[in-house]
Ligand binder design. Structure first.
Ligand SMILES: *Cc1c(COP(=O)(O)O)cnc(C)c1O
Length: 353
C-alpha cells in the first residue's frame, strides 16, 4: 500500500518527479548514459543547471542583481557561510530566535562576531512568532527563519528594515507568495519542498557581497560560487536535476499562487478538525500557524495507543512530533495531496465517535 507521507524532511516529492528522476538515473535524455555518470560540464548538465536557475528566478520573481546558487552542505552550512560573508570584522548581527533552527544559526554566527538576539519565543517553547521588536540600524544584517519546522509556526508578515535581511526558508520556500526583493539573501535546504537531500538553494543579492574585509575560504564564498555560475566545483547533480523536475511540476501547476491556494486549503482542513475535535489541541498560536508543519497534541494522552493504531491502519507515516514538542506533527508540504490530509482528518474523526 502506498503510504500517506507526513515526514518532516527529507519529505514527500511528487510521484512523477520521483519517476522521472529514476528514469534519468538509468538514461538521461536518451543519451545512453546515466545522469550520475556524465560530466557536470557536459551540454546536458549545463542545460539542467541553467533551466533550474531560470525556473527559480521565474517562479519567485527574482529581480535583476541576484544570483541563484545550488550549493552543498545543507542549510546548516549556510548558518556559518552567512556570517562569514556578511558580518563585518568586529561587527555584529541581529537574530530572531523562533526555534531550534534559529538557535543553531545564531550559534554559528557567534563564532564570527557579536550576535544580538532581538526577539525570542523561547519563553513559550517557541509556540508563537515574536512581533513588534526593534531592529537595530547599525548591525550587519537581520536573520529570520520563515517557517519553524519543528514547532509549527510561520512568519506571516516579514518586518521591513533598511539593513540586509537574511532568511532561512528551508521548510516553506515555494509554498507561498512573498516579495523576494525585501530580502538580501535567502537559503533553503532542498529536502523539504524542492528535492532530495544534497543541495541547498541560495539566492543572494550580489551587491551585499564582498564588503566585510574577511578572508573567506573559497567553498564558503558566495561571490566565488556566483562568479562560476554555481559550478565552482562539482555540483550535486542528482539533487539539482530532481529539484529541476519539481520546479517544472510547480510551473506546470500554475506557479506559486496556485500551490499557495492548495496549501491553504490543506492546512485549513486539518486545523479546522483540530479546533473542532475535543480530542486534539493545536500547539502553535492560531495567528502564527504554519501551512507546512501542523503540530498538535492529544487532549488525553491515554488515547495515544488507539490513535497510533488508527494511523497505522490508514497507512499514515511520519506523524510523530519532534521530541522537543511531543504530540504529533503533520508535514503537509507542496507535494502532499489533499486526499492524504483527508485521510488524517478521517482518523481524527474516528477518535471523536
Ligand atoms: C531542515 C531545516 C534545516 C536544516 O537543513 P540541513 O539541510 O539538514 O542542514 C535548517 N533550517 C530549517 C528551517 C529546516 O527546516
Amino acid at each position: 500500500m502506498k503510504k500517506h507521507n507526513f515526514s518532516a524532511g527529507p519529505s514527500i516529492l511528487n510521484p512523477e518527479v520521483i519517476k522521472k528522476a529514476s528514469e534519468a538515473v538509468l538514461n538521461i535524455n536518451n543519451s545512453g548514459l546515466s545522469l550520475l555518470e556524465i560530466s557536470h560540464r557536459s551540454a546536458d548538465f549545463v542545460a539542467i543547471m541553467d533551466e533550474a536557475q531560470n525556473l527559480v528566478k521565474e517562479l519567485l520573481n527574482v529581480p535583476e542583481g541576484y544570483s541563484v546558487l545550488f550549493l552543498q552542505g545543507g542549510a546548516s552550512t549556510q548558518f556559518l557561510a552567512v556570517p562569514q560573508n556578511l558580518m563585518k570584522v568586529d561587527g555584529e548581527a541581529a537574530y530572531v530566535d523562533t526555534g531550534a533552527w534559529s538557535a543553531k544559526a545564531l550559534k554559528e554566527a557567534k563564532l564570527f562576531g557579536d550576535v544580538e538576539i532581538i526577539a525570542s519565543s523561547k519563553d513559550k517553547n517557541h509556540n508563537y512568532i515574536p512581533k513588534g521588536y526593534t531592529i537595530p540600524s547599525d548591525t550587519s544584517y537581520l536573520h529570520l527563519t520563515s517557517n519553524n519546522t519543528i514547532f509549527g509556526t510561520q512568519i506571516k508578515e516579514f518586518p521591513s528594515t533598511d539593513i540586509p535581511v537574511v532568511c532561512d526558508m528551508s521548510s516553506d520556500i515555494f509554498s507561498r507568495q512573498f516579495d523576494l526583493s525585501q530580502f538580501d539573501l535567502i537559503y533553503a535546504g532542498a529536502q523539504k519542498n524542492l528535492g532530495p537531500a544534497g543541495t541547498v538553494l541560495v539566492i543572494v543579492k550580489d551587491s551585499i557581497l564582498g564588503k566585510t574585509g574577511r578572508n573567506i575560504p573559497s567553498m564558503l564564498d558566495y561571490q566565488i560560487h556566483a562568479s562560476k555560475d554555481s559550478m565552482f566545483n562539482t555540483p550535486p547533480v542528482f539533487a539539482i536535476y530532481t529539484s529541476l523536475l519539481t520546479l517544472r511540476w510547480l510551473k506546470g501547476l500554475g506557479g506559486i499562487s496556485v500551490i499557495e491556494k492548495m496549501n491553504e486549503e490543506k492546512a485549513a482542513l486539518l486545523y479546522n478538525e483540530i479546533d473542532a475535535n475535543p480530542h486534539f489541541n493545536g500547539v502553535a498560536a492560531k495567528e502564527d500557524r504554519s501551512l507546512m508543519n501542523v503540530t498538535f497534541t492529544l487532549t488525553d494522552e491515554s488515547e495515544k495507543e488507539t490513535f497510533d493504531i488508527l494511523a497505522k491502519e490508514a497507512g499514515l507515516s511520519g506523524i510523530n512530533g519532534h521530541r522537543s514538542v511531543g504530540g504529533y506533527r503533520a508535514s503537509i508540504y507542496n507535494a502532499m495531496p489533499i486526499s492524504s490530509v483527508q485521510a488524517l482528518v478521517d482518523i481524527m474523526k474516528k477518535l471523536n465517535k
